[in-house]
Structure formats: structure tokens, C-alpha cells
Design a protein. Structure first.
Length: 255
């Protein structure tokens, strides 16, 4: 039987980035509506491992089986999961070759948040995710948008890092946002049907949101969330504001 959903976008304990919260709510929707899901989080470590999963482990521990991979930091993530009593199958591996880390395994959902911009050949991540998705499976992605105008200093730093990334062993230093159009084309080329596409989270909102404490943070979130819902992807997936740093997208593998 379908369970009622309980997560609210303004809950203080949810991860702050709006595109990530949209992914979290999409995951909740999938978890309450069907079978137990096999999920793979690609690039799962980052500065705050499992902040996407913590609310779901709390609310729906029996509704999903989580696997994850990352190039770095898997041991630390494993210890954190063990300390919380979460069962997660974690492996060190590349987003470019997910199928090598999980040979013979298939997932109902592949999630990857904030990873495409740090992988030069990000199109291969889409192709590799397709390899491990079961028919009808879903890919949930967030990425900073390349069209967002960054300050000159930051652009210079990123350009220098991209140059360093071409040296042996330095590939992880790459950083470049992904253009909306090129992402959508690449997703279709890799065989996905793009079910939902949305730009979220203007940089200023993100800054205020990160700085504000509850309940102010919740108020910022509530207002921005309502604005996004009326002005962007939720109603007209392809007609959305252009000056946003981050986007979330749901792609579906064909049945
Ligand atoms: C910005 S962090 C995002 C982490 C997490 N998904 C989140 O949303 O908080 C990017 C992550 O991608 C990982 N990463 C970078 N290149 C990778 C690759 N080629 N394969 C797998 N993981 C990679 C990094 O180690 C890091 O953990």
C-alpha cells in the first residue's frame, strides 16, 4: 500500500541546496509508491557524505538498498554509515565506469548530485549509468549550470585547475558547469527520455539560505520554492529562468 509522503522542502534538517532537495523529494515519491528500490549514488562522498540519504534512512529504511561509489573517501563514508547503523554497499570506483564497480548489478535509480562538473568527460557518466540501470530505471542528476556568470577570480581559479587537471593523476581537479542544452542533448544521445528538467536555486538564494538559521532559512526556502514552482520547470519544463547556478533533472531509461 502506498504510504503518505512526509518530507517538506522547508524541513530544517534537509540538505540546503534546492536542486538536491528536489532530488530528495523525487526519491521519496519513488520510495512510497512502489517496490523496494535498488539505488546507486555516483560520487557519493563529497564534503557531507549521506546528507541526501539521512532523511530517507530515518523514514524509509526498508524501502531501498543503497550502493555508492566515489574515487575518494570511501573508507570514511563507510565508517560514518556503520556509526549510524546504515547498511550501504560502498565501493571505490569511477563514475566513468560504474559497471566495473558493480559487475552484473542493476539499479532502479542512479543518483548523482554535483558530480558532472568535476568530470571532464561527463557524457560518459550518463552512458555508464545507462549500463547499470534496469529497464525503465531512472537517473536523477544535479549540476551547476555553465551559463551562470561567475566572478572573474573564480573563473580564473577554475581555468587554472582545468589546466592542472590535464597532468597525470590530477583529473579530479577539473571543474566546469554543464550547459542545459548540451546536457539535454547528451542525455537523449545516451538513450534517456528526459522526464523533468528544472533550473533551481539562484546563487544569491543559496548564499542567503546557507547563512540563515531556521526559522529564517525555512522562510527563504518556502518563498523561493513557491517562486520556482510557479515560474519554472514544474509547469513548463523547458521554459525556465536562465541565470541560475544549478539544475536538477530526471531521466528515464526506456522500458
Ligand atoms: C561536489 S562533490 C558531490 C558529492 C555528493 N554527491 C554531494 O552531493 O554532496 C563531487 C564528488 O564526486 C567525486 N568524484 C569526482 N570525480 C569522480 C569520478 N571520476 N568518479 C567518481 N567520483 C568522482 C568526488 O570525490 C566528490 O566526492
Amino acid at each position: 500500500m502506498q504510504q503518505p509522503r512526509v518530507l517538506e522542502p522547508t524541513s530544517a534538517h534537509l540538505p540546503g541546496n534546492i536542486s538536491k532537495i528536489r532530488v530528495l523529494l523525487a526519491l521519496e515519491e519513488a520510495l512510497v509508491e512502489g517496490e523496494r528500490l535498488r539505488i546507486c549514488d555516483v560520487g557519493c562522498v563529497g564534503p557531507r557524505p549521506f546528507n541526501l540519504w539521512e532523511p530517507l534512512f530515518e523514514l524509509y529504511p526498508d524501502r531501498f538498498r543503497l550502493s555508492g561509489l566515489d574515487l575518494f573517501g570511501i573508507e570514511g563514508a563507510r565508517s560514518l554509515a556503520a556509526a549510524h547503523g546504515w547498511t550501504v554497499d560502498l565501493r571505490t570506483g569511477s563514475a566513468l565506469t560504474i559497471e566495473r564497480s558493480f559487475p552484473g548489478e542493476r539499479f532502479d535509480v542512479v543518483v548523482s548530485t554535483g558530480v558532472l562538473p568535476v568530470v571532464r568527460d561527463w557524457r560518459r557518466v550518463l552512458a555508464s549509468a545507462m549500463e547499470v540501470l534496469s529497464p525503465g530505471g531512472r537517473l536523477l542528476i544535479t549540476s551547476p549550470a555553465r551559463s551562470y556568470p561567475e566572478p572573474l577570480r573564480l573563473r580564473a581559479r577554475r581555468a587554472a585547475a582545468r589546466t592542472v587537471s590535464r597532468l597525470p593523476g590530477q583529473a579530479h581537479r577539473w571543474y566546469r558547469g554543464v550547459h542545459a542544452d548540451e546536457f539535454q542533448r547528451a542525455a537523449v544521445d545516451a538513450g534517456y527520455r528526459v522526464r523533468q528538467w528544472a533550473r533551481c536555486n539562484l546563487a544569491l538564494v543559496k548564499t542567503v539560505q546557507n547563512a540563515a538559521q531556521a526559522p529564517n532559512r525555512n522562510e527563504v526556502m518556502r518563498r523561493w520554492w513557491a517562486l520556482e514552482d510557479t515560474s519554472s520547470g514544474r509547469e513548463r519544463p523547458n521554459e525556465v529562468p536562465t541565470s541560475s547556478p544549478s539544475s536538477s533533472s530526471t531521466c528515464k531509461r526506456s522500458e
